[in-house]
Design a protein around this ligand. Structure first.
Ligand code: HEC
Length: 189
């Protein structure tokens, strides 16, 4: 299901308000990368933050469950947008159970969870080339995204745990994506 750019930008404004409380949990190393993150739709952990609100007990209950992707999609039916629901479902299917359960406020728990595909992208993919032709405009499946790690120039990237799968599932669910304004950090160099 595709939604219009107008709807996307309206949603983005709502997200911006809702997500300001989460900003501290996003690990970005420069203002430029923060701009890239802000220009993209909410990533899986941002969707999870919105889903949980300030209900730490609900989040803890949710993170105690394990499902395959389709099971998570059912569990997350309150998330209206297909791409966001699928990206979060895949993130949870890949990354739960957590190695060490974390207790505390929603933002604390989210900050301690493994990086999601959006965080992995923003932190790892923009140092050699931009993210327009090399990410936003790409229409690849999970498997085709996994294929980029065979290239010698990508071989050293995302080597921990299920980082590659986490990135590939996010990228497949999120791209191709046309942004109204492509921020400097995402433009092709
Ligand atoms: C160490 C430098 C470097 C980093 C970091 C890097 N790339 Fe690349 N990437 C390259 C080079 C070199 C090419 C091939 C030459 C070109 O097309 O510019 C390339 C090409 C690509 C292509 C075109 C298809 C292909 O495989 O040739 C895609 C898509 C791509 N990169 C995505 C990514 C993503 C996603 C990330 C983060 C996970 C990433 N790149 C991080 C260097 C890098």
């Amino acid at each position: 299901m595709s939604i219009s750019a107008k709807t996307r930008s309206a949603r983005r404004r709502n997200w911006t308000v809702a997500l300001s409380a989460l900003a501290a949990t996003l690990v970005v190393s420069s203002p430029l990368l923060a701009d890239a993150g802000a220009a993209l739709p909410p990533g899986p952990k941002e969707s999870l933050a919105l889903f949980a609100g300030d209900d730490a007990a609900m989040l803890a209950g949710l993170l105690g469950k394990t499902f395959e992707t389709e099971g998570w999609i059912g569990e997350l039916s309150a998330i209206a947008e297909d791409e966001a629901r699928r990206a979060l479902a895949e993130y949870l299917a890949l990354n739960l159970p957590l190695a060490a359960p974390v207790e505390g406020a929603v933002a604390t728990v989210l900050a301690a969870m493994p990086l999601d595909g959006k965080e992995l992208f923003v932190q790892n993919c923009l140092s050699c080339h931009g993210g327009d032709r090399y990410f936003l405009q790409q229409g690849r499946t999970d498997e085709e995204w996994m294929g980029i790690f065979d290239a010698p120039y990508h071989r050293r990237l995302l080597t921990e745990g299920v980082e590659r799968e986490t990135f590939a599932s996010y990228a497949a669910a999120t791209t191709p994506l046309k942004l109204e304004n492509v921020p400097e950090a995402l433009q092709d160099k």
